[in-house]
Write a protein that binds this ligand. Structure first.
Ligand code: 0GY
Length: 315
């Protein structure tokens, strides 16, 4: 099979300097994904000429549209995508919604909304396949949104059966704990709360994150983004095809302790990477290192995301 992914540009926009383009020649993974696997964290960017980037954005990405996302899905062996609204599109969900609507039911979405969103707009998003909202607390990505506004949004989307995706840095978990534990929905943490993987997996920082999951059975985690968390980088050791070895103990611990509350995604097209751009095929080969049995792999890649995003089809 040949898959041609187009070279990225930024439409009429000037790409943020130092930004790496996503890699358009991903290796075919050695790990064969289970049937029905879901890439539960990925984005679409633009294309900017059709879906302009938000004026309040903190970066301008290279275009990465739905056709490229679907080509990657097929090349890697995924069946479905969960398209997460990226901050460069602000609360204009048009590109993400267009991807969901063009997917033939094979993509669902996570939106960003403001307090001013109408009930009719929430219904429209639901009909398009949106099943969650994202609250972002990473300061380099977004300006502060008052917590009372976020809690109000959470209350409204709870009535639709949606969940809240939260993105934050490990050092901020303690300060955000009371807000997070008051959320009335399922709560999905992006990238394990971004642990500092140079610290011990049994140390106090990651210990707090594990306690957060242990004490709050409504909290799930994406065990994704080793390429962002790794300090040792993508080089596999000893000829293995599992890169990002320093992230493995963290992700493997979460999968082992909470097998029914974990999700995995590529994070394509990998915004804000400046050191290296991962090969998504090799990222897939990271999966068996963190979910070593077929049963865990099925939960991580099929059963859990289906329960959350396609509950009407989940077995
Ligand atoms: C990710 C991570 C990042 C960016 C965004 O919405 C975004 O802009 O999520 C990041 O820069 O760490 O999950 O895509």
């Amino acid at each position: 099979m040949t898959t041609t992914l187009s070279r990225p540009v930024s439409g009429p926009f000037e790409k943020t300097p130092g930004w790496l383009d996503w890699y358009d020649g991903p290796a075919k993974p050695a790990f064969v994904l289970p049937a029905g696997a879901v890439d539960a964290h990925c984005h679409v960017f633009g294309p900017g000429a059709e879906f302009p980037y938000a004026p309040e954005r903190k970066y301008t990405p290279c275009d990465a549209g739905k056709a490229d996302l679907f080509a990657l899905r097929d090349r890697l062996g995924f069946t479905r995508n969960v398209v997460v609204q990226a901050t460069c599109h602000g609360a204009d969900n048009a590109a993400m919604v267009d991807a969901c609507l063009s997917s033939g039911g094979r993509a669902r979405g996570v939106a960003t909304v403001r307090r001013s969103v109408s009930d009719a707009e929430l219904e429209r998003l639901h009909a398009a396949g949106v099943r969650g909202v994202r609250f972002n607390f990473v300061r380099r990505l977004v300006d502060f949104t008052p917590k009372d506004e976020l809690m109000e949004i959470a209350g409204r989307i709870a009535r639709l059966g949606w969940h809240v995706v939260i993105y934050f840095e490990a050092a901020d978990l303690e300060g955000l704990w009371d807000f997070f534990t008051a959320l009335p929905t399922t709560v999905v943490v992006d990238h394990m709360g971004r642990p500092d993987v140079t610290k011990p997996v049994d140390g106090p920082e990651f210990g707090l994150f594990l306690r957060f999951m242990r004490e709050n059975p409504n909290v799930w985690s994406k065990v994704s983004c080793p390429e962002r968390l790794s300090v040792t980088g993508p080089k596999a050791l000893g000829g293995e095809r599992a890169p990002y070895r320093d992230v493995v103990p963290f992700a493997a611990r979460v999968v082992a302790e909470f097998p029914d509350r974990v999700l995995w995604g590529t994070d394509w097209p990998h915004p804000n990477l400046k050191d290296h751009m991962p090969d998504d095929g090799l990222l897939v080969d990271f999966i068996p290192a963190i979910a070593p049995t077929a049963a865990l792999q099925r939960k991580l890649l099929v059963e859990n995301p289906m329960r959350l995003y396609w509950p009407e089809e989940a077995v």
